[in-house]
Design a binder for this molecule. Structure first.
Ligand code: WT7
Length: 655
């Protein structure tokens, strides 16, 4: 470990930013020495560290054993009982935070609502009663398909309160994706809305649910929030309005205590096969991890106004809009709509209007703001900000520097947080009052997290050498399994190196021990910070009657990080028309959702394959990125396909 003062160090990407003195003076961890001390201790005895953090929560019954670890299956705080919702809502509503704002909500059209912890408590209790009246019981699965309105969080918390397992599906997913998740999770209840506002228009949600329910017949109750007033079909007996379901029920509800390992939610995420995985998270450990990271990484305090711009449909929305911030009693902004409605000044106006002090967003958004122009943030008063965060993909140093200067005014530390749906909470990130920041580096592991970069033989890589990112010890917020498929859980995450968690990301550490995450090593794309499996998009394409075969790759994109490029071989006799191209792109959006719509679609009379028939995606990637192939192609079965594709890419500007 270098003992030289960080200010004298230079890395290849430029300046190292030390925590501002005023920030460090107030922070929970105020120096690198304090971080190192606590980190060393936490790694020597992780269960002691986590047990101390878990005591910040309210337990109805104390645990008897902190960890039972039979790799890869963990149980944390065994024997302990708690109610997650009570921790996020009741304990604040019953104390001095009763009249403190929990959620400062802003709809896209400009409508606003404030929910204090006391009000949130009543709303959650009402909805918990409504769910119970609809027959929902502990352990039942509830699919939530909602816009970014307070009711999305209320529905999640109400599920947690009664022990039902929520499965939130991002509002941008299409009917097929909803049906797949209903089926895989075995859901009995759906909570949705008529629609939500996005870029000045109503995006209808209920019709997609109706379509999914024509395929999956086991849903007994659909509760529909009226948000936009767009007309929807309500099916008698099955469908009921939120306002009707909550009208007659009490605003009081007695919360039962659940086992620490009681399932809290499942959330589907893409992998390298066509079938998304239902990642399962449980109660006590998950809440401990999200709470502890809010405390140390965001250094959240009662006087903060925190804003995470994610959607509740992703893990970031679960951990850093709903569970972590509410568990710590924060005041947060929640915003329904698009960052560029009515223009690219919207976020900065929200920060000014609500006095946001801690702001957490994604690199893809930052790059879009850079392109839109500096005059947008310059027009707003951003002086309330004290800390910035980034998540979802590696943040390129140019975006980091812009964020630091134009949003943070050069005074706010940036915490670049690396984690995943599977990890539940932040794993690698700076501690803002302590860590010297290097643009583009996620810095050091969080307390209790034993992260390393290994080569193929399982040896730790020397400084600056790229390898696979692994976690060597269990942590409380880790996924417990893939719903219904523990064998896949084991195979996907725990079999590259026995007993170690493989994240699927490439990374390297520098000589100071700071991590730089390179990106996915598997067939998973990161499009605007969202995970998409190439196999998923390929299987959507081949499901179209005109398509014989498809190969999907990620192409570098200035704003999205990666864009989706699809190479499609049509069935014999089908004409290669631009209308069909459009239809296929629309088809993918219709099957998976708009985020998966291919940016480029190239008709390929043949795809490059090895002699054993494996599609060589590496060649397609090189071809679409550079326009030619320079690497080794000796294993290629038919050399002419490359020439044909090169001509097509050159001859066709991407649509
Ligand atoms: C994948 C996980 C974590 C919530 C959002 C995405 C990439 C995430 C970073 C970061 C570099 C990052 C990784 C990871 N990723 N954060 N700070 N730096 N890469 O959750 O959909 O589960 O995706 O996102 O590739 O494996 P997710």
């Amino acid at each position: 470990m270098s003992t030289k003062p960080a200010s004298s160090r230079k890395s290849s990407v430029g300046k190292v930013h030390l925590p501002p003195k005023a920030f460090a003076a107030k922070a929970r961890i105020g120096s690198m020495a304090a971080y190192e001390r606590l980190y060393r201790e936490s790694i020597k005895r992780p269960t002691d560290f986590w047990a101390r953090e878990a005591k910040d929560l309210q337990w109805r019954k104390p645990w008897t054993k902190t960890l039972v670890w039979k790799a890869p299956f963990a149980k944390w705080f065994v024997g302990g009982k708690l109610n997650v919702c009570e921790n996020c809502v009741d304990r604040h509503a019953e104390g001095p935070r009763r009249n403190k704002a929990a959620i400062l909500w802003e709809g896209e059209p400009g409508d606003r609502r404030t929910l204090t912890y006391g009000q949130l408590h009543r709303e959650v209790c009402r909805f918990a009663n409504a769910l119970e009246a609809a027959g929902v019981r502990s352990g039942d699965r509830v699919l939530i398909y909602m816009p970014m309105v307070p009711e999305a969080a209320i529905a999640m918390l109400a599920c947690a309160r009664i022990g039902a397992v929520h499965n939130v599906v991002f509002g941008g997913f299409a009917a097929d994706a909803i049906a797949d998740r209903l089926e895989d999770s075995g859901a009995t209840t759906v909570v949705t809305a008529d629609g939500g506002w996005r870029r000045g228009k109503v995006v209808a949600l209920k019709p997609a649910v109706d379509e999914a329910l024509r395929r999956y017949k086991h849903v007994k109750r659909v509760i529909v929030l009226r948000r936009c007033g767009n007309p929807v079909d309500m099916r008698a007996k099955r469908d009921t309005w939120w306002h009707d379901a909550t009208a007659a029920v009490s605003a009081r509800h007695t919360a039962r205590a659940f086992d620490s390992e009681h399932p809290l939610f499942m959330l589907y995420t893409s992998g390298s096969t066509g079938k998304p995985k239902g990642i399962l998270h449980t109660s006590g450990g998950y809440l401990t991890g999200t709470h502890a990271t809010c405390k140390y990484v965001f250094d959240l305090r009662d006087e903060d106004v925190y804003w995470c711009t994610a959607d509740v449909g992703w893990i970031t929305g679960h951990s850093y809009i709903v569970y972590g911030p509410l568990a710590i009693g924060a005041t947060q902004v929640m915003y329904e709509g698009a960052p560029n409605f009515p223009d690219f000044g919207r976020f900065w106006k929200i920060i000014e209007d609500h006095g946001v002090s801690v702001f957490y967003t994604a690199p893809t958004a930052i790059r879009a703001f850079i392109r839109a122009g500096d005059h947008f943030p310059a027009a707003a008063d951003l002086s309330s900000l004290r800390l910035l965060g980034s998540v979802g993909e590696p943040i390129n140093p140019e975006a980091w520097n812009w964020y630091h200067r134009h949003i943070g005014g050069g005074r706010c530390p940036i915490v670049d947080t690396w984690w995943q749906t599977e990890t539940g909470a932040v794993m690698i990130a700076p501690i803002p009052g302590a860590t010297p920041l290097k643009p583009g580096s996620a810095a050091r592991p969080f307390f209790g997290i034993d992260a390393a970069v290994l080569d193929d033989a399982g040896r730790e890589c020397p400084p600056d050498q790229e390898g696979r990112l692994v976690i060597r010890k269990p942590w409380p917020s880790m996924a417990r399994t893939i719903h219904g498929d523990p064998a896949r859980f084991k195979k996907t995450y725990w079999s590259d190196y026995p007993g170690l968690y493989t994240a699927g990301d490439g990374a390297r550490r520098d000589k100071d021990g700071d991590f730089r995450i390179i990106g996915r090593l598997d067939d998973v794309l990161n499009v605007s910070g969202h995970r998409l499996g190439t196999a998923e998009i390929e299987s959507a394409l081949v499901a179209h009657p005109a398509v014989a075969e498809a190969a999907v790759i990620g192409r570098p994109d200035d704003i999205k990080g990666q864009a989706v490029a699809a190479f499609v071989t049509l069935k014999t006799g089908v004409g290669e028309t631009s209308a069909l191209k459009e239809e296929l792109r629309r088809h993918v959006a219709g099957v998976i959702g708009a985020i998966a719509r291919p940016d480029d679609l190239v008709f390929a009379p043949g795809l490059p394959k090895t002699r054993s028939g494996k599609i060589m995606r590496r060649l397609l990637k090189e071809l679409i990125t550079t326009g030619s192939i320079s690497g080794n192609i000796t294993t290629l079965e038919d050399f002419t396909v490359i020439d044909t594709l090169r001509e097509r890419i050159g001859g066709e500007p991407t649509p």
